[in-house]
Write a protein that binds this ligand. Structure first.
Ligand SMILES: CC(C)(COP(=O)(O)OP(=O)(O)OC[C@H]1O[C@@H](n2cnc3c(N)ncnc32)[C@H](O)[C@@H]1OP(=O)(O)O)[C@@H](O)C(=O)NCCC(=O)NCCS
Length: 183
């Protein structure tokens, strides 16, 4: 992908693909943002999949945010027609270092990530998160499209983003990579 930049607090914000030298800083951010080890362990495990797509936000050479997308399987039955091969990814996790939150960095990471999805031919993205946050990017309640996650208590927070016509969005239970079973 092309790197993207914007200006935040007089410092240049750069969004670029994650590199191996970022791993330590990303782990620190995940620990600090989530207050535990689960998300950092998840991301470390997901890096074993070449299909993982992850970006970092950098200000003044310092990594301050991270976003990851990994492939998911959705029962590929569409309302409009016969079963089709549809590429879908799950957004998780998203984190910005506590000192840099509420400066628009998470917003830039999500926007750049969705652009990367489009450029990669990924037509459906799901996320488990606060609808008040993710709706601003075009995520809509997954239940509207008969898409559910396996976390029964969190269906209200499960959302979908897609460039497909609504009738072409696949329906069913979303299966994440096995690494998510450990979270
Ligand atoms: C959620 C998170 C990534 C947002 O990043 P950010 O750079 O702080 O967000 P932005 O500056 O782009 O956006 C700020 C907006 O998001 C809201 N927001 C921030 N964190 C939020 C959260 N956890 N839930 C809902 N809304 C949140 C702010 O209230 C603000 O709203 P406003 O624009 O209406 O004023 C960041 O707060 C974070 O790392 N939180 C801890 C980890 C987490 O909860 N990750 C998301 C689940 S995967």
């Amino acid at each position: 992908m092309n790197t993207q930049s914007t200006t935040t607090n007089q410092n240049q914000l750069l969004i670029r693909p994650e590199r191996a030298e970022d791993y330590s800083a990303v782990s620190t951010i995940l620990h600090a943002a989530f207050g535990g080890t689960a998300e950092a362990q998840l991301v470390a495990a997901l890096r074993g999949h070449p299909t993982l797509k992850s970006l970092v936000a950098v200000i003044g050479g310092e990594v301050v945010g991270h976003i990851a997308f990994s492939p998911v399987a959705i029962a590929a039955v569409t309302v409009a027609g016969p079963p089709a091969e549809i590429s879908a990814y799950g957004l998780a996790p998203l984190a910005v270092s506590p000192e840099h939150q509420c400066m628009g960095i998470g917003t830039e990471l999500v926007r750049a990530g969705l652009t990367l999805m489009e450029q990669s031919g990924i037509s459906v993205v799901v996320v488990l998160g606060d609808p008040a946050y993710y709706s601003r990017f075009g995520f809509r309640p997954a239940a509207t499209f008969n898409i559910t996650c396996k976390w029964e208590d969190h269906q209200d927070a499960f959302q979908v983003w897609s460039r497909l016509p609504d009738g072409s969005i696949p329906q069913g239970v979303v299966a994440y990579l096995p690494e998510f079973d450990e979270v």
